[in-house]
Design a protein around this ligand. Structure first.
Ligand SMILES: [Zn+2]
Length: 303
């Protein structure tokens, strides 16, 4: 008798998907939210550590190219420092978090936002990022059902969230996030059942990059200011690769309006000086995520 084994990975994976789709809807959402929270907990680590890792790599490169160059002071982190090592610790008392203290959101609530050892305040950003990730996972399931595109949509959201926060913190959008995101968008749209046709995705990557590149040079030549960086072009190219070129006008419009509103409120509340440049990445990321879920209703409103 022939064993009923199908070697195709797609078939193997689709059996898992079919099993998941057969679960009660509430269980599906519970699973999505828990997955989102756990991934969100990992994202907070990436947001905190990736810029430090990239700066170290960059310094090592400068060191080897120019051994005579003056050495800037080292960062306060241990020598071995990556996304897995060392374990998370309180920045005040170095208390290493126990397993249960790493449980997303719940540990923050149980400890009332304080370190269990020294009582120092824990930034509410941690549970907020975890919650955002959980909500985005549930939204992905809601918008796309128990399908692979739902998982891909969540992957896009998680990367946008991470890149947006890193840009907000450091004014820098790392290539290690934007470039793989661009490739992932093209790959997701390679077959049928993606978010855009492959033609629209490739056009979106090109138009996304070139549009902001043109705006950047226009501002630079006319007014002598740099409102954006090359990371922004790459991020919009990635969003174009995921959602297709036709989504880009709405993404940029949402980003521009949200960025302007944020800038006005931040200046008004004296959080920022008026001339201070605003990172554009977080708003592009938000525009991309919103467009992923609601489509482009703005176009029909505008006529
Ligand atoms: Zn502590």
């Amino acid at each position: 008798m022939q064993p009923s084994f199908d070697p195709s990975a797609a078939h193997f994976a689709s059996r898992y998907l079919a099993a998941f789709a057969a679960l009660p809807v509430a269980v599906q959402y519970g699973f999505a939210v828990v997955l989102g929270l756990v991934i969100g907990s990992f994202l907070t680590v990436v947001v905190h550590r990736l810029p430090v890792m990239l700066e170290r790599a960059w310094r090592a490169e400068v060191d080897s190219a120019m051994p005579e160059a003056p050495k800037p002071s080292a960062d306060p982190y241990p020598e071995r420092f990556n996304l897995a090592v060392p374990r998370s610790a309180c920045p005040h008392c170095k208390h290493v978090l126990r397993a249960w203290e790493n449980i997303p959101v719940i540990s923050y609530l149980a400890l009332r936002g304080r370190c269990s050892a020294c009582g120092a305040r824990v930034s509410p950003r941690y549970p907020l990022v975890e919650l955002a990730s959980g909500v985005l996972a549930a939204l992905s399931l809601y918008a796309y059902g128990p399908t692979w595109p739902a998982l891909a949509a969540f992957g896009l959201c998680a990367t946008l969230l991470t890149a947006g926060l890193i840009d907000y913190d450091t004014r820098y959008l790392p290539d290690v996030l934007t470039l793989p995101l661009l490739w992932a968008g093209l790959i997701v749209n390679f077959g049928a059942g993606g978010f855009a046709t492959l033609h629209d995705a490739v056009t979106g990557a090109i138009v996304g990059y070139l549009f902001l590149w043109c705006v950047y040079w226009l501002f630079r030549l006319v007014r002598g200011v740099e409102g954006m960086g090359y990371g922004d072009f790459k991020l919009l190219a990635a969003i174009g690769a995921w959602l297709g070129w036709s989504a880009l006008a709405q993404v940029v419009l949402i980003a521009a309006v949200a960025g302007a509103a944020f800038g006005i409120v931040a200046t008004w509340r004296k959080r920022m000086r008026f001339e201070e440049p605003l990172p554009f990445g977080p708003f592009l990321a938000a525009g991309g995520a919103i467009t992923l879920f609601v489509g482009t209703p703005l176009y029909s409103l505008l006529g």
